[in-house]
Ligand binder design. Structure first.
Ligand code: SF4
Ligand code: MG
Length: 313
């Protein structure tokens, strides 16, 4: 079995759902083994579509997704399904209310016919403990649990097949802040323990920067800025990243940047603006921004930024 070193999404136009909506446009990403890559952006920016491309759940129109040095299409689908797992935002709708927790968690083992009945039961009990629940919780139904506990159940389910990569799509957005921290802490400790790689998607930059090694900021299906999480947080360059970050409250008020309001609505991905996709909302837009689209350029500190202010010209 190939071990996952990294996967890469590359190509011209990715994830065209209907052929007209550019949900994800020319995104190239790689994730190193054991790393957490954060994907951040407003809703509708293409994060979830990109996640589905990574999962192989969304057809890729052109370009390809590489996982463990092999194109997704070259993988045996069943095997791929076990190596890449997903955790969704809503722990209420992602768990079947009619199924007992143990059977939810063991479903993957049943489908893939892994182990004897006893071994599967054993594994389920183990997974419940790994996520901080107890074996006897397996005989209950999802509605008997709190939001945070349900997300723990979803995490246990995602681990049943010993995945290499877990795509977390807004996994804590539906939870209270205190519970968020617990679930994030759980994800972190599981990562170290099980050598997991995460793609962590959220609209909340403070959550993403907290858990991610690197962060990609997406806008209208494109990456505006990508780099080391600490650098991005301390020295953001792209005006869109700066606007997002200015809304994040800092623990030390002295370093709180002035709030940069994001005016105007997110334009339709059906009809993206010419030039820089952010130009209609960018406080620093100038002539060039309306015509030419800036590519990601590597900055002296290693960040990659798609903005004419940082094009080196
Ligand atoms: Fe703003 Fe122009 Fe940079 Fe786009 S390229 S983010 S419009 S300054
Ligand atoms: Mg989404």
């Amino acid at each position: 079995i190939n071990v996952t070193k990294h996967f890469k999404v590359s190509g011209g136009l990715l994830g065209l759902q209907t052929g007209t909506v550019r949900a994800v446009d020319g995104v190239t990403l790689s994730v190193e083994r054991g790393e957490t890559l954060g994907l951040v952006g407003e809703s509708g920016c293409g994060k979830s579509t990109l996640a589905k491309c990574i999962m192989g759940l969304e057809p890729v129109t052109s370009g390809e997704v590489v996982f463990g040095n092999r194109s997704l299409s070259a993988w045996d689908e069943k095997k791929l399904r076990s190596k890449i797992q997903m955790i969704f935002q809503d722990p209420y709708s992602s768990l079947n209310p009619r199924q007992k927790v143990a059977s939810i968690i063991r479903e993957g083992l049943d489908i893939h016919n892994i182990g004897t009945g006893d071994e599967r039961r054993e594994k389920v009990n183990h997974l419940l403990q790994v996520v901080g629940l107890r074996p006897e919780h397996g005989s209950r139904y999802p509605h008997e649990f709190s939001g945070g506990q349900r997300q723990r159940i979803a995490v246990a389910r995602s681990l049943a097949l010993d995945p290499k990569l877990v795509v977390c799509d807004e996994p804590v957005s539906a939870l209270d802040v205190s519970v968020q921290a617990q679930v994030l802490g759980l994800l972190k400790s599981l990562q170290e323990r099980l050598d997991l790689t995460y793609v962590f998607i959220s609209h909340d930059l403070s959550v993403v920067s907290h858990i991610s090694d690197r962060v990609a900021v997406m806008y209208l299906g494109r990456i505006m800025e990508i780099g080391d999480s600490k650098t991005l947080f301390e020295d953001p360059k792209h005006p869109y990243t700066r606007a997002l970050l200015s809304a994040v409250l800092r623990p030390d008020p002295e370093n709180q940047p002035e709030r940069i309001p994001l005016t105007g609505d997110l334009p339709s991905p059906m009809n993206p603006p010419t030039g820089c996709p952010f130009h209609p909302r960018c406080p620093e837009a100038f002539d060039k921004c309306r015509n030419g689209r800036p590519e990601l350029m590597t900055q002296p500190d290693g960040m990659k930024t798609a903005c004419w202010l940082y094009s080196g010209e």
